[in-house]
Ligand binder design. Sequence first.
Ligand SMILES: Cc1ncc(C[n+]2csc(CCOP(=O)(O)OP(=O)(O)O)c2C)c(N)n1
Length: 328
Amino acid sequence: MEVSPEKQRAMLRQMQTIRRFEERASDDYAAGNIYGVVHCYIGEEAVAVGVCSALTVDDKIISTHRGHGHCIAKGADLNRMMAELYGRETGYCKGKGGSMHIADFGIGMLGANGIVAGGLPIILGAGLAAQMDGRGGVAVCFFGDGASNAGPFHESINIAAKWKLPILYVCENNLHAAQTPASMTLAQPDVAARAQGYGIPGEIVDGNDVFAVHAVAAKAVARARAGDGPTLIECKTYRWRAHTERRGQVDHRDPAELEAWKAKDPIAHLATRMKAGTGGFTDAEFATMDAAILAEIQAAVDFSLASAFPEPDDALDDLFEPAAAGRN
Ligand SMILES: Cc1ncc(C[n+]2csc(CCOP(=O)(O)OP(=O)(O)O)c2C)c(N)n1
């Protein structure tokens, strides 16, 4: 699939933004400025960007506990994201949700989700709504290899296949669920092979190659928009950091395995391909772009620091729908 030089630049910029945002978030978490838990996506950037670049702003996505990449790829506001991590009232959830609960309905980002496999039932509602709307919208569910062993995976895909819902199931197989290697839990190493059991296409793609992810996602989006139902896409990838940024977190993974995947850095891989291409991309342009991203992230931190913490008295606000008149 041909990706225009302009779109390649946009993809690279988003991937580098995800990386820089999370590098800063993990540093600030270690410094004690960020609260709750932060799960980094670094290493997996090509999946979120490859998929979301095949969507429109009206298409819906639902994320996981590792959601910063999905938010940024769908167009979320960095200030409001960072402020949410900083626990400030200007954050997406007014500082009360933290990293794992960022949502922005205005851009079709239905939410990150701290419950493993929690997005799989929810996506059915988004897919059904899109089908009933009849305007060709699609809904995308991101989840991990660990989530693919949970009941909601099977329940969701079964009904989506039966009802031909316009859904992309995107498994980010980073070979580990927290500390548990996928080799210990997947009876069949390829999650995509399970698609056969539901009579839908199952695609395996190099999750570190943004063009490859984009091509597979675009094909699945076209299928969904045409009314032909869901596709299960398995992106083989790897996370570079420990499962969470929590202090004292021990990483049980094989350091050689991590190094081998770092050599397949999705961002460096894309930049190298762009430099070899016809779009005139250079190291100097990369450096300029990176400096601009770092400035945006510093601005997001400054915005967060200038924002107030939520008032304790407001803790229960926004949790419940206000009672309608005449109802108790
Ligand atoms: C229902 C549920 N069970 C257990 C947990 C604890 N937990 C948090 S992340 C995680 C592993 C998830 O692995 P995977 O789905 O592969 O996603 P990844 O972290 O690899 O991106 C677990 C078990 C949880 N949050 N929710």
